[in-house]
Design a protein around this ligand. Sequence first.
Ligand code: URA
Length: 232
Amino acid sequence: MCAMRLDRFIESQLSYSARKVRDLFVRRSILLNGVAVAEGRGRISEFCRVEVEGKVLQARTPLYLMLHKPLACVSATRDEKNQTVLDLIDHSEKENLHLAGRLDFNTTGLLLLTNDGKWSRKLTQPQQKIPKTYLVQTKDEITAEYIRVFAEGIYFGFEDLTTLPAELIIISPRSAQLTIYEGRYHQIKRMFGFFNNEVVGLHRLSMGNIHLDNQLAAGAYRYLTQAEIASV
Ligand code: URA
């Protein structure tokens, strides 16, 4: 329920006529965030509390979590066979959460969950070009050639696109830190696949200005701070 007029919201929720809702405003029977309001032309967000004659129509608190995703866990809210990231969350409103950017089954690290669609879109829409940094471990050696090729971009035939310039820092012969600015399907595995080099370990360290808290053990989560939320 995003940026809808308050009066229209009440009309649709309660199947009331516009006239009946106007009457309720006149009688000060409608509370917006706990305060009686005289008319309903203003727009409300999904997180405004709305009460009509004592009945709560909407009262959702925005939630923003970071989870240290463990191995062998599905980045989905439901799965028939495997543990999902939602199974790791203990919150009465967890069913309203969605993921701001998935990770593969065997990828670990920073995963953000929220019930605020506007916020997660800012993190995940490709045009936002949010940097995402990963630690990568590979089967074979990573050479300096990778730095040049990743910086130029790699053509992905399936999507018919070239990946945005990515930054690779080689840490040791078989490990590197990689920053990408989009999130294509299996992007990092496919980038290393260009060199026929298998990714054997993948761990997300950060998304934008939000870094995985190193106090969080695999499988643990915490609420984001106001500064982290506002950084998006
Ligand atoms: N790229 C991948 O290949 N897998 C992930 O989980 C994230 C980025």
